[in-house]
Design a protein around this ligand. Sequence first.
Ligand code: KG4
Length: 307
Amino acid sequence: MKKYIIGIETSCDDTSIALLENEKVIQCITVSSEKELSKHGGIVPEIASREHARKIINVFHELIFQTKINYEEITMVAYTAKPGLITSLHVGKIFALTLAWYLNVDVLEIDHIDAHIFSPFINKKEIRYPFLSLIVSGGTTALYKVENSTKISVINKTLDDALGEAYDKVGRYLNLSYPGGPAIDLIFDDQKINYKYKLPRPQDPFSYSGMKSKIKNIIDKNSNDLDVVGIASSFQYWAITSLIEKINFYSKKYQINKITIGGGVSANQYFRREIKKSSISYLFPEQEYSCDNAAMIGYLAYVKSSE
Ligand code: KG4
């Protein structure tokens, strides 16, 4: 039987709603609040949640308009329940519960990180367990072992900033546009790695605070003659190199040769280029499903309701 699933994502600064027919994404509309938030130098929870409240109805109407789905055909509503900014999650939750009540259909709570873990399978391969998963986003940097959609265990997790957050902070120190990840990726130059500035390697488990403090120091001491590309490139080199080392290490340790990689940092071009040199079989999400999106919420709802 066909399932028509509405996925809703509001955990951070993207207001996103998707429609899926079983595992197939029919449409996913995402409106970012990056522009509004960049005026404040990054995420301000109060502003992020106000933007969701302002945008969510229009995003839903646009989805209905583009897909021409009849309300009676919708069989399930799934929404991001955690983790995320509480007030932003709340907007999505209220919207999802109201919609499910109005349509008289089931509503499913989805864990945002679990959705990132499964996002690489969208429009691609059949899921084969077990596999490892590395999630590198603005809020998380963690490695998981996945045995099925409900048996997901953490292998290693950052105890301080997530890598995406470290990218954003380094971007801010260097006066680059927000978010820092794509801005640093864009100016990255592998000829400039370690040129002039020597940065410390990230520490275990996935800790970037040493690198960040060193970068802040360099900037404070060299404000008149700052090599922005050199610092950004060295930061990216060490951040990505250490991620790939960890993937290889845990793949051998757990004897699992398959890994999915999700979260905003998985869009990184240098990461995608370097991991090809590793012997592990890896799966990235399509570019549009790397960052926060509702298609992955609907997709995991489908997987869970079918397993
Ligand atoms: O998963 P995501 O969209 O949402 C949150 O966790 O909030 O990840 C956003 C993060 C941001 O920190 C952003 O700087 C980072 O992903 N990011 C990147 C790239 N594109 C986005 N980091 C490195 N390279 C990129 N190309």
